[in-house]
Design a protein around this ligand. Structure first.
Ligand code: SAM
Length: 228
């Protein structure tokens, strides 16, 4: 399937798959979207409310590595230890990784090599990227993925429910719920009614939050009410 590099409205790149009519990020701004949903409403919120020393993240869909890069930056800025586990079925090709302009736009050219390392490091292994950030990538489908390690945050970043309805079901959200420890959170960009219903049926408490540019609402859901 052909993947094309595109430029989104904040100047940052993303990837589109014309055949599936999907993009990896919002066309209104890839960096803006990832920062708003996954970093501000997910990571920083969880760091504030969690009593755990380490934040254990599971990401559905490594893609361009933008969420991982932004998380690494926060981990170093805050001195917060983060274990980042991610799955990806179709890794981005080397020729396209080089074209992604995230480090330049974030004015972190010093991280370009580290960004490429996120992509090129071994799969199916825990890799120490920095003193505070550990990465574990798995080449597997979400449906077949198995893990026993408890997580306290999930970045649910599958393609749109219209393109991949099989990944936004009650069964999948039950699996996500079971991967989270009490007080665990899941953040995602889709606030579609069928998605919220599937999350509730799986046991989640669902909260709608204001979205980034071009998106009215996003979802943060949790396993327990009081975060304990
Ligand atoms: C919306 S993009 C993820 C964007 C990514 N988080 C980023 O920061 O660039 C969805 C990703 O999920 C991957 N994917 C699609 N179906 C999958 C499946 N069943 N299991 C695992 N990964 C899948 C795609 O290849 C794509 O990279």
């Amino acid at each position: 399937m052909e993947r094309k590099i595109i430029i989104t409205e904040d100047g940052s790149n993303s990837i589109s798959i014309p055949e599936l009519n999907v993009t990896y990020h919002s066309v209104h701004g890839a960096i803006l979207e990832s920062k708003h949903i996954f970093i501000e409403k997910g990571l920083l919120y969880q760091i504030n409310q969690s009593t755990s020393k380490q934040i254990n993240i599971f990401e559905m869909g490594f893609g361009t590595g933008l969420n991982a890069l932004l998380t690494l930056i926060e981990s170093e800025r805050l001195g917060q230890k983060i274990y980042y586990e991610t799955i990806e079925l179709f890794p981005v090709e080397n020729s396209q990784i080089k074209l992604l302009n995230y480090c330049e736009l974030l004015q972190r050219n010093d991280l370009q090599k580290t960004f490429e390392q996120l992509h090129h490091c071994d799969w199916e292994k825990e890799i120490k990227i920095s003193e505070t950030f550990y990465l574990h990538k798995t080449k597997e489908t979400l449906q077949n993925y198995k893990t026993s390690a408890p997580r306290n945050l999930i970045y649910f970043d599958a393609f749109d429910p219209n393109a991949q309805p099989e990944l936004w079901t009650e069964e999948i959200f039950k699996k996500m719920f079971s991967m989270l420890e009490p007080g665990g959170l899941l953040v995602t960009y889709s606030s579609k009614g069928t998605v919220r219903r599937a999350m509730r049926s799986a046991g989640f408490i669902v909260e709608k939050l204001p979205g980034p540019p071009g998106k009215r609402e996003i979802i943060r859901c949790r396993t327990t009410i009081n975060g304990k």
